[in-house]
Ligand binder design. Sequence first.
Ligand code: NAD
Length: 346
Amino acid sequence: MRVAVFSTKPYDRQYLSETNAAFGHELVYFEPKLDLTTAPLADGFPAVCVFVNDKLDRDLLAHLAAAGTRLVALRCAGFNNIDLVAAGELGIDVVRVPAYSPHAVAEFTVALLLALDRRIPRAWARVRDNNFSLDGLIGSDLFGKTVGVVGTGRIGGLVARCLKLGFGCRVLAFDQWHDPALVEIGIEYRPLAEVLVEADILTLHCPLTPETHHLVNAATIEKARPGFMLVNTSRGALIDAEALVEGLKSGKVGGVALDVYEQEADLFFEDLSNEIIQDDVFQRLLTFPNVLVTGHQAFLTADALRAISETTLHNIAAAEKGEVLENIVVAESVSAAPRDNPQGGK
Ligand code: NAD
């Protein structure tokens, strides 16, 4: 199939092209994001392929549909960036990559937590400057600490397992669906309010939905354990960043590691080192010594890029052949999607 592939970086093109040798699609790569100004590039393409920060609202989907597009292939698991109701009404199928490597994201989450807690970026910056002072680098043992995991699907389940079995943490979890395999190893499901009160470390792994938007806000920060550490590798809008800044200023929040940020679409994946960043909240976050931010990198392993390419090209091939689309997302499946792999950890 002819596919207009948006938001592509060299690494995307490399893995998609290598994998496409077995599929034979005609992939036309575009570096820019897909929006109303770049949408004409996709005119006449039956399929477009997009990534996390391509926002496909009704207007954009209407343009695509009018220009002949019938398939949107997401190269990601989350589908909060697409208006599924509009896509359905316009006759556009939407497919995604439900699981490419939950290990990539789970391992990165633990790496961020350790780097934050043990001040590794600060330590490395000092050592490179021949400053071997340890002042200000005191961390804490993870062993015995209480970790709250919000969302225990594929990624959250692996994080919970790793922190419980690997580090000896006490793990409390919040999810509407309780994974019996996690309960079996001693992970305790609790209401969110209890998790908040007890957690020394809170890590977010639920999808972004209207229900989870700003799940961490001024009120939840107020209820949380003073000095708690927060890790978010899921979606930026799970956190109210302005409330987070206030929480950091007051000391209520003891440390933050983020791989995602609500307004990241204006920042991430680009070299902006010569630009004046206009997002004051983001810039303020970067000034705290106890904040660590990466630019939506948790998925970025060779294994994950291979798996993303394989599933995306398979999804497109299935659509071309008129087969059942196993990775289709439709508006009604938004609430059902989290249970689509009840075993987690795939
Ligand atoms: P998943 O669907 O396997 O698991 C999500 C879990 O969240 C499910 O168990 C579900 O029941 C639970 N959940 C849903 N609503 C909830 C709520 N209101 N409160 C608590 N739990 C809730 O998804 P996954 O593969 O584990 O991915 C989790 C998230 O990670 C994705 O939604 C995506 O946004 C994010 N992600 C980020 C990156 C990255 O590079 N940073 C990469 C992949 C995925």
